[in-house]
Design a protein around this ligand. Structure first.
Ligand SMILES: Cc1cc2nc3c(=O)[nH]c(=O)nc-3n(C[C@H](O)[C@H](O)[C@H](O)COP(=O)(O)OP(=O)(O)OC[C@H]3O[C@@H](n4cnc5c(N)ncnc54)[C@H](O)[C@@H]3O)c2cc1C
Length: 409
């Protein structure tokens, strides 16, 4: 009779819990080690407490990392339909909000509870309050040191997360464990994060929320762009479109490159419509002051700022503006330039870009190419997603594959 395989998992987040369930369902005896007093702590804060667990649109451009082929292969192994079936089996029926999928309960806690209940039902041993200090492999067995005990197993899944939101437990220690096992780690940097600017105008714009197209440039190269509600803060830019482009800006700054954002504050007009729009506006408001001309388009604080950038006095009568001044004003509205000096830190980031080098991992199984029977799952890998459920989809995908293959070996 074949001995039951013993699978050890470090990290009880989204990916670790999924790995535990798939390994246990495939017949393994599973022990999951989690340093928090509960599993799924980060899951509770996802999607503003509602958990955007995946997305109907699974276009590859929503996933980022050094190798898109790696991500593509993994998603083909366990993608959206398998994820929905997996959750339906756990009792999580999804609610569709324009393609963004949430649990019907609208509570992230129900996703964490459903995963934990299934893991417990499958007799996964949950070792809580257990911080892993070191890992090694001796005589084909993995040995995991914790303050009170040495755990042993045939296979090990590293699902210890990234450095983002460390108050939830992911403090970057997983990268050290991966390095200790001989793996390369691409420098982790904050992603899905606010961007900071030295521009002195921000304290005055603080609190504004304006629909805009955000285009991020570095030395003439367009790094990324996105459109949505931009939030102006004391120190710079926030909001979903800023989060979406942030990983490219943070990486470029880390490489010593200059980064700037151009905000088009009239994104609903294309260039042709824009000319007609302005001509009409000036004709209808010929008697108005330049400040009055912007009433109804922008909040007052932003209008003042745009006039300042265009070097136009707010009292100037609209019809007396020269062509040059008009153009300067249109430019300020459609290409509001913001120098970016940094992103916020890991404590404010939703995820990290970078992580365990996917060149050294099998995309079909998540097994290490360097150390047999060592597997990786979740954000610890060099894969990050856009806002919209893609980071959790990556946790389900990689967790499921790692769990299954660690049990079947
Ligand atoms: C505020 C916020 C909102 C988010 N919203 C969404 C969303 O709506 N949709 C989406 O797709 N993504 C969202 N994300 C991202 C998503 O939550 C993560 O990508 C995902 O949870 C990562 O799962 P993981 O299992 O890889 O890591 P984690 O969930 O971080 O789990 C890793 C676990 O390992 C444990 N651990 C680490 N080191 C050790 C050690 N040495 N010993 C023992 N245990 C250890 C940690 O305590 C932690 O519990 C959000 C993130 C944040 C911060």
């Amino acid at each position: 009779m074949q001995a039951v395989r013993e699978v050890l998992i470090i990290g009880g987040g989204a990916s670790g819990l999924t790995a535990a369930i798939s390994a246990a369902r495939a017949g393994a005896k599973v022990t999951l080690l989690e340093q928090n007093k509960q599993v799924g702590k980060k899951l509770l804060v996802t999607g503003n407490g509602r958990c955007n667990l995946t997305n109907r649109d699974q276009a590859l451009y929503s996933y980022r990392g050094s190798s898109t082929d790696f991500i593509d292969t993994a998603l083909k192994g366990f993608g959206l339909s398998e994820t929905l079936e997996f959750f339906e089996g756990l009792g999580i029926t999804v609610r569709d909000r324009n393609g963004y999928l949430y649990p019907c309960s609208d509570q992230a806690s129900s996703v964490a509870d459903a995963l934990r209940m299934e893991a417990e039902h499958l007799r996964v041993k949950l070792a809580l309050n257990t911080r892993v200090q070191s890992v090694r492999k001796e005589n084909h067995r993995f040995l995991i040191e914790t303050p009170g005990w040495t755990y042993e197993g045939d296979a090990l899944i590293l699902a210890a997360g990234s450095c983002a939101a460390p108050e939830t437990g992911s403090d970057g220690s997983g990268y050290e464990l991966a390095r200790a096992m001989g793996h390369g780690v691409i420098e982790p940097l904050p992603a899905l994060v606010q961007l900071r600017s030295p521009n002195k105008v921000f304290p005055r714009l603080k609190g504004l929320r304006i629909e805009a197209q955000v285009s991020l440039y570095s030395e003439g190269e367009l790094l990324a762009e996105d459109r949505g509600e931009v939030q102006f803060t004391e120190y710079g830019l926030s909001g979903i479109p800023v989060f979406q482009v942030s990983r490219y800006g943070v990486r470029a700054i880390h490489e010593g490159r200059n980064v700037r954002a151009l905000l088009n504050l009239l994104p609903f007009l294309d260039q042709k419509e824009l000319d007609v729009f302005w001509q009409k506006r000036i004709r209808a408001g010929a008697y108005k002051s330049a400040a009055q001309l912007l009433v109804g388009l922008f909040p007052r604080k932003m209008a003042d700022c745009l006039l300042k950038i265009a070097k136009i006095s707010p009292d100037r009568i609209a019809e007396t503006l020269t062509d040059q001044e008009r153009q300067a004003l249109w430019r300020a509205c459609t290409a509001f330039e913001v120098e970016i000096s940094a992103g916020n830190g890991f404590d404010r980031a939703q995820v990290c870009s970078g992580g365990v080098d996917t060149e050294e991992v099998n995309p079909k199984t998540m097994e290490s190419i360097r150390v047999p029977e060592l597997y990786f799952a979740g954000e610890i890998l060099d894969v990050d997603g856009a806002c919209g459920g893609y980071n959790l989809q990556w946790a389900w995908t990689s967790g499921y594959l790692a769990g299954l293959h660690s049990a079947l070996k």
